[in-house]
Write a protein that binds this ligand. Sequence first.
Ligand code: G
Ligand code: G
Ligand code: MN
Ligand code: NA
Length: 255
Amino acid sequence: ATLRTDLTGALARGELRLVFQPVVDVVMHRTVSVEALLRWRHPLFGDVSPTEFVPLAEESPLITDLGRWVLREACATIAALGDAGPHDQALSVAVNVSARQVRSGELVPDVIHALETSGLSPSRLVVEITESVLLDDSHVIEDLTVLRRLGVRIAVDDFGTGWSSLAYLVGMPVDVLKMDQYFLSDVEHDPARRAMCRVVLQLGASLDLPVIVEGVTNEAVLTLLRDMGHRYVQGYVFARPLEAAQLAAGAWDMS
Ligand code: G
Ligand code: G
Ligand code: MN
Ligand code: NA
């Protein structure tokens, strides 16, 4: 209960920040986007994981304020980098959006506000949702469709372990799939896991959607993915989440 109480003032006290983990195109050998990940440094308990405090925030209207702040902060940080990337390829940012935030109906105005105040082009923003959100009532699908029409991309996070079948995803307002880390656990040694991983990647290909494989921790897994012809990778093998200052200093640039 104390953690929940403390979370209420954490934003105002400046205890929350975003870090940014690169997503790498291994074919072109360059960073194409970064995922914004929320961090809370509690004055007594130290770093608290978002897997602990995001669910707490979701139990209250606090998630609305938190979600709004994350969108604005992420867009402002990336806009401040400018758009003159090394290959004339502006960096995109992916923002995790909780189910409750999508259901609140505030997502569209919050995204528009974040884009307008930051000046970030909508084409540089990716909204990450979880699979179950797609099974919601139609206003959710409509809101995601509105965002796409603005030029914002929609990514399905933790893809492959949830509910969405191939049939279900056809016609959904989705642009990117992020494969669940489950498929990578022991993938170097377990042929069954490897087969599942391949199926998920093929699913993306048959839907004509790019797949990002996240949680790629070591070279062995990276090699395996390369051998499968896989392209987009996020994980410690390339970079841990970067502080905003590291991002501004160009730490994401592989050229
Ligand atoms: O970065 P990390 O390992 O600790 O993230 C753990 C979980 O917290 C992930 O499932 C991630 O999607 C979620 N998460 C991280 N940042 C945010 C955020 O800004 N908003 C929401 N809703 N979830 C987040
Ligand atoms: O939003 P999502 O649930 O996908 O959050 C991604 C999570 O994966 C974050 O908690 C992030 O810190 C974590 N992560 C990023 N790279 C790696 C990695 O290489 N290995 C592992 N085990 N976790 C990672
Ligand atoms: Mn994510
Ligand atoms: Na994920």
